[in-house]
Write a protein that binds this ligand. Structure first.
Ligand code: 4AD
Ligand code: MG
Length: 462
């Protein structure tokens, strides 16, 4: 007989038909005559109740049915007599696939702290909370591909190993096959990278944007969706050393079009979650953040406030608020500033534009004022920056002038600069941090809890 996943079983009528169900024991309780096993297979947050008439089973077998064990159960699917349960399986046959010794199984008890579960990241998907988060994560990844596919964007795979530092922040993880205990040196005593695997110094990418721009200048509209790596030593609840980023890049889009796309994209993803992840969202709302679902609706129902950086600074200075990092024109906003604008001043998401060029990357389109660039950051409640993007500098002369001003080398960037020599065009794009989106959609407070295996400073165990 075909075994059904619990999500499918729970939709069936209670006809008493024979079913097969397979999953992991969440709890076992009962009395001397009967046991109730809550079985979960990860297909949904709900468990199915298995009722076991103890007189029909061998004691030896039942002793193996403990929290964490994996079972196959055969029996009729019937209406549950207990209140609050819709359906249950009356066990006729139980096979124990794998035991889980109660003395050593780490998730024996319920209600572990998130800190404890982070130490057990290899097992935490077995909990209700992480099951819900990972299902929502999947749904969001699917919705992202669907969103772009429906709108004629092509998925472009950009390289993970690169020789160029897109964001110019220098926070890259080097990739090398050189023997670190015996490095080849040139005449000046510097490491001789010509002997390295790629014949030059390489690193893991911080962004797929530069290659994404080449895609936009040939296919029109592309997006990337892949892992990115940043070796910043930032131990915050919003930073990972390895995170996933979605980067659309569009020919013929100016900053206005870019903002419109970013707002529509985020709203579409949130709507998809509300429509398709209802049970998991309700679970997260109940367990972790009772304002979650309301906040998701709130974002859908409000236009994002569009605002110049300069005005934003004026609002912050006039706020009378004592910030940990005081802020003046030219400063890079901290999340305390971003959240003040969003949560307290405008009470809605904000798109902040036209930042000082000194605090933004070299590729952003320069404004006439000579001081600002056509950058845009989308700021969200509870998160701060969720998207960073810009219109790109399409003019060869201006781009080169900026590269020189910053003292950057053109050795690694010549291919990028060439796009401005042959058939340049206005174009724009942005990057959405996938885990920041998931923080918002799941209501979790720490980015380590929305990715299966977080990579943070001093943590790459499993
Ligand atoms: O603002 P960022 O650095 O922009 C770029 O990388 C551009 N190349 C994007 C583009 O225009 N195509 O990063 C974009 C987003 C941020 O807004 C944030 O959501 C996320 O990526 N992000 C991080 N998420 C988790 N951990 C980190 N260390 C992150 N750094 C950035
Ligand atoms: Mg940014």
């Amino acid at each position: 007989m075909k075994s059904l996943r619990i999500v499918e079983l729970l939709r069936l009528p209670a006809t008493g038909d024979q079913v097969v169900v397979k999953g992991w024991v969440r709890t076992k309780r009962g009395n001397k005559n009967v046991a109730f096993i809550a079985l979960n297979d990860g297909s949904c947050v709900a468990n199915i109740q298995v009722v076991v008439d103890l007189s029909k089973f061998d004691e030896e077998l039942l002793r193996k049915v403990t929290t964490g064990a994996c079972l196959r159960v055969d029996g009729p699917l019937v209406e549950s007599v207990g209140s609050g349960q819709g359906l249950e399986v009356q066990a006729e046959k139980i096979e124990v696939y794998g035991t889980a010794d109660p003395e050593t199984y780490p998730l024996q008890k319920k209600g572990h702290s998130l800190e404890f579960l982070r130490e057990k990241a290899y097992l935490r998907p077995r909990t209700n909370t992480f099951g819900a988060i990972l299902r929502i994560r999947h749904a969001m990844a699917f919705a992202i591909h669907k969103y772009f596919n429906d709108r004629g964007f092509f998925y472009l795979h950009t390289p993970l190993i690169t020789a160029s530092d897109c964001e110019g922040a220098g926070a890259m993880f080097q990739v090398t096959t050189l023997d670190l205990n015996n490095l080849p040196k040139d005449e000046q005593g510097k490491v001789d990278y010509s002997q390295d695997f790629f014949g030059r110094q390489t690193a893991l990418t911080v962004s797929g944007q530069l290659e994404g721009e080449l895609g936009a200048m040939s296919l029109g509209r592309i997006y990337t969706f892949g892992p990115t790596f940043r070796a910043e030593n930032s131990n915050t609840p919003r930073h990972l050393a390895e995170f996933w980023m979605i980067e659309p890049e569009m020919a013929f889009y100016e900053l206005e079009d870019n903002m419109e796309l970013a707002e529509d994209f985020l709203k579409n993803l949130i709507r998809y979650a509300l429509d398709n992840c209802q049970e998991d969202l309700e679970f997260m709302n109940k367990m972790w953040d009772d304002g979650l679902i309301e906040r998701l609706h709130f974002v859908l129902e409000h236009d994002f406030k569009r605002l110049d950086y300069t005005e934003g600074i004026e609002i912050l200075k006039a706020s009378g608020r004592k910030f940990e990092f005081p802020c003046d024109w030219g400063c890079d906003l901290q999340s305390e500033h971003e959240r003040y604008l969003v949560e307290e001043h405008f009470k809605r998401p904000v798109i902040l534009i036209n930042y000082p060029k000194e605090i933004k990357a070299f590729y952003m389109k320069q404004n006439e004022d000579g001081k600002t660039v056509r950058a845009m950051d989308v700021l969200f409640p509870k998160i701060g920056e969720i998207i960073g993007g810009s219109e790109r500098e399409a003019d060869y002369g201006k781009l080169m002038a900026r590269i020189e001003e910053l003292g950057m080398s053109t050795d690694e960037l010549w291919w990028y600069i060439d796009t401005r020599r042959w058939g340049t065009a206005p174009h724009s794009g942005f990057g959405l941090g996938f885990e920041r989106l998931l923080l918002f959609v799941t209501g979790m407070g720490n980015i380590r809890d929305v990715i299966p295996f977080p990579r943070t400073p001093k943590n790459a165990d499993f």
